[in-house]
Ligand binder design. Structure first.
Ligand code: PLP
Length: 454
């Protein structure tokens, strides 16, 4: 969250040695960043003691809220007992229990848990598993991936190669010939005169056409977020995710649900694929809410079906030669266990399902503002799209405006995540109705303040 120098919450960064994510390298050490010194519940506290509502929930991750004593204590206890074990040759009870627990809450036969260090490494591992799987099955050409424009899947070489945010690829190299991109399923962008349902049909036809064009024998997997997060909270047309899955099954293409954002309560269930969208994927990638961001951890869940197919293959060497020093780290595993305990004890999934309609109504109330041209809400995630002149949209101008809204809201006590021309909200799931009211009224005031300055 970058604040301006005239913002009361802005603190000049003295991080002259930090290269931040997405750093403009001509400006190392010159960024002005809001320095945070504390956090509790849905609030963070800046260096000057101002409390701000954590609208983006960190980076879509602080699902149980900040400062939960039981999570902190569980991590400290675990570190005192066992600070590390080699995941290659050893095991630890806490990691074993976490894998069992994830298998028990995951949809269908997703019973095999490969621990990673975060979301990108979970996606990277999923893609490597696709390559491995098809090598084992004697189909070395079936390795290409289908993904979507504006999908975000991470920042390693492979995960960024299947990410569809063009602006982030300008000066970076991607894995050549790996990925084919199909349309962003954003209903607002549908062709004029087309209903959302017709748009959904068009998207499914496009997926099938792409498979036929490249050849099903060349496509290893389709990867998709159930709801695009970093693409701006894109809620696809009804039935889209399920129909994509059916097409993939028809052509023997693996279906990877990237649930790094949507898992662990964001949509009211531990995993959204099955419970919200009716799909049992072949693989699920998760991270973020798994530990509520208290410690780094991710996971790739793999179906029994895939493991059984590999076991039935004639290939002799079947080791998935992939792994990380910190796979299943005991402190992170203890953190995830305590995080899941918090969910259960506080009936957090039920809370999200109860409060989501209220959140949706509150967010949708912003659509009366002249600059707000689209409000997208599902579960406890929302994107409020702003266009200064809808009859003449200008991407750069509207993106700059979303950043101005962020600045204005910070002055008023709310962190916002500007993504493209949208203000994105994904607050801690513990948020209450009065807190939603406060958050939305600050967002309204911030949009109006930023608009008044145009
Ligand atoms: C859907 C999705 N996949 C993968 C990632 C990458 O996760 P990480 O930043 O933990 O590597 C993100 C991060 O925002 C994400 O939103």
């Amino acid at each position: 969250m970058i604040a301006t120098s005239n913002s009361p919450t802005a603190v000049r960064s003295e991080d002259s040695h930090i290269v931040r994510p997405w750093q403009d390298v001509t400006a190392i050490g010159q960024n002005e960043a809001t320095v945070l010194k504390g956090s509790s519940g849905i609030y963070v506290k800046d260096a000057e003691g101002n409390s701000l509502i954590d609208g983006p929930g960190g980076m879509w991750c602080v699902n149980v809220g900040h400062g939960r004593r039981e999570i902190i204590d569980a991590v400290v206890k675990q570190m005192g007992e066992l600070s590390y074990f080699s995941p290659w040759t050893m095991s630890a009870p806490v990691t074993t229990k976490l894998a069992q627990r994830l298998a028990s809450i995951a949809p269908g036969d997703l019973n095999n848990v490969f621990f990673t260090t975060g979301g990108s490494t979970a996606v990277d591992s999923a893609l490597r598993f696709v390559f491995f799987y098809n090598n084992c099955l004697g189909r070395p050409d079936k390795k290409q991936i289908i993904s979507r424009v504006n999908g975000y899947h991470g920042s390693t070489y492979l995960s960024s190669s299947v990410s569809g945010k063009k602006s982030e690829k300008a000066h970076m190299d991607m894995a050549e010939g790996l990925c084919h991109f199909i349309s962003n399923p954003k209903p607002k962008n549908r062709p004029k005169g087309t209903s959302v349902a017709q748009f959904g049909d068009m998207l499914i036809t496009e997926l099938e056409d792409k498979i036929l064009e490249v050849g099903a024998d060349k496509i290893g997997a389709f990867i998709a977020e159930p709801v695009m997060g970093s693409g701006g909270v894109i809620v696809p047309p009804e039935g889209y995710f399920k129909r994509c899955h059916e097409i993939c099954r028809k052509y023997d293409i693996l279906f990877i649900a990237d649930e790094v954002v949507t898992s662990f309560g964001r949509l009211g269930y531990h995993f959204a694929s099955k419970d919200v969208f009716g799909v049992e994927p072949d693989m699920i990638t998760t991270a973020k809410g798994l530990t509520s961001g208290y410690l780094p951890m991710g996971a790739l869940l793999i179906s029994d079906r895939l493991i059984n197919n590999i076991n039935a293959s004639t290939n002799e060497y079947r080791a998935f030669t992939s792994g990380f020093t910190y796979s299943g780290h005991p402190a992170s595993a203890a953190c995830a266990m305590a995080n899941l305990d918090f969910f259960a004890k506080n009936r957090l999934l039920e809370h999200v399902r109860d409060i989501a309609p209220y959140f949706a109504t509150a967010m949708n109330s912003l659509s009366d503002l002249p600059v707000v041209t689209d409000v997208r809400v599902v579960g406890l995630m929302a994107g409020v799209e702003c266009e200064l002149d809808a009859s003449n949209p200008d991407e750069d101008r509207d993106c700059a405006f979303a950043s101005k809204v962020d600045e204005a809201c910070q002055d008023l006590g709310l962190l916002v995540r500007p993504i493209y021309n949208s203000c994105v909200m994904s607050p801690p799931l513990t948020i209450t109705k009065p807190q939603i009211d406060t958050m939305v009224s600050i967002l309204r005031a911030g949009i109006m303040k930023a608009a008044a300055k145009q």
